[in-house]
Design a protein around this ligand. Structure first.
Ligand code: COA
Length: 169
């Protein structure tokens, strides 16, 4: 029987840190469904379709990974998919409290759920999608943080590279 897990997240946008988690998870699991979720409180930079499309490009050719999306509770999604194992990344000890809370909440809603954590390479431990969004907003170079398809998409999203720069007299 094949071992399949679900890797949910906002992926706004996907970073090298996420891709590193996927690579590590595929050492343990036969297949992975990477699923873009609608976050109830975050205001995204990219639409759900754009986030799915960037993940598809970044993981093109990897037959063991499927990309999907969902708007609802994670437990409802995993029940629908009949896959009880969820993959999450732990970048630093500061992630632990939040992840602990979410996985405990999910287990209260559905006791069969199991969450498996992977640590990304140390060089990605500082990386988050909001760091990428913030640097991109001001026209900075994010090519060491995200795959080329995301760099391209960011450039399309932000054509006005000549933003006003204010300086005090
Ligand atoms: N590399 C880079 N960044 C990483 C990372 C890694 N390995 N691991 C985590 N991150 C960053 C993400 O980039 C994101 O950054 P941002 O906040 O700056 O955008 C942040 O950590 C949060 O990660 P993400 O995986 O996107 O989690 P999330 O908290 O946005 O969403 C869901 C997690 C989608 C799984 C969760 O919200 C969910 O289950 N939603 C469905 C509703 C639900 O069931 N709620 C009940 C449970 S509380």
């Amino acid at each position: 029987m094949k071992k399949i897990a679900i890797y949910p997240g906002s992926f706004d946008p996907v970073t090298f840190g996420h891709l590193d988690i996927i690579k590590r998870a595929l050492k343990i699991f036969d297949g992975l469904i990477v699923s873009v979720f609608v976050h109830s409180t975050k205001k995204p930079m990219f639409t759900l379709e754009e986030r799915v499309s960037m993940l598809r490009s970044a993981l093109k050719g990897n037959k063991r990974v499927k990309i999907d999306c969902f708007n609802g509770l994670l437990v409802d999604y995993i029940k629908k998919k009949k896959i009880n194992t969820v993959v999450r990344g732990l970048r630093a000890i500061s992630d632990l409290e939040y992840e602990f809370q979410v996985s405990a909440a999910n287990r209260t809603l559905y006791s069969d759920i199991e969450t498996v954590f992977f640590m990304p390479r140390q060089r990605y431990s500082y990386l988050s999608s909001s760091v990428v969004r913030d640097i991109s907003y001001f026209g900075g170079d994010v090519s060491k943080m995200v795959p080329p398809c995301v760099v391209k998409r960011i450039k399309k999203k932000r054509p006005d590279t000549n933003r006003d720069v204010f300086s005090l007299p």
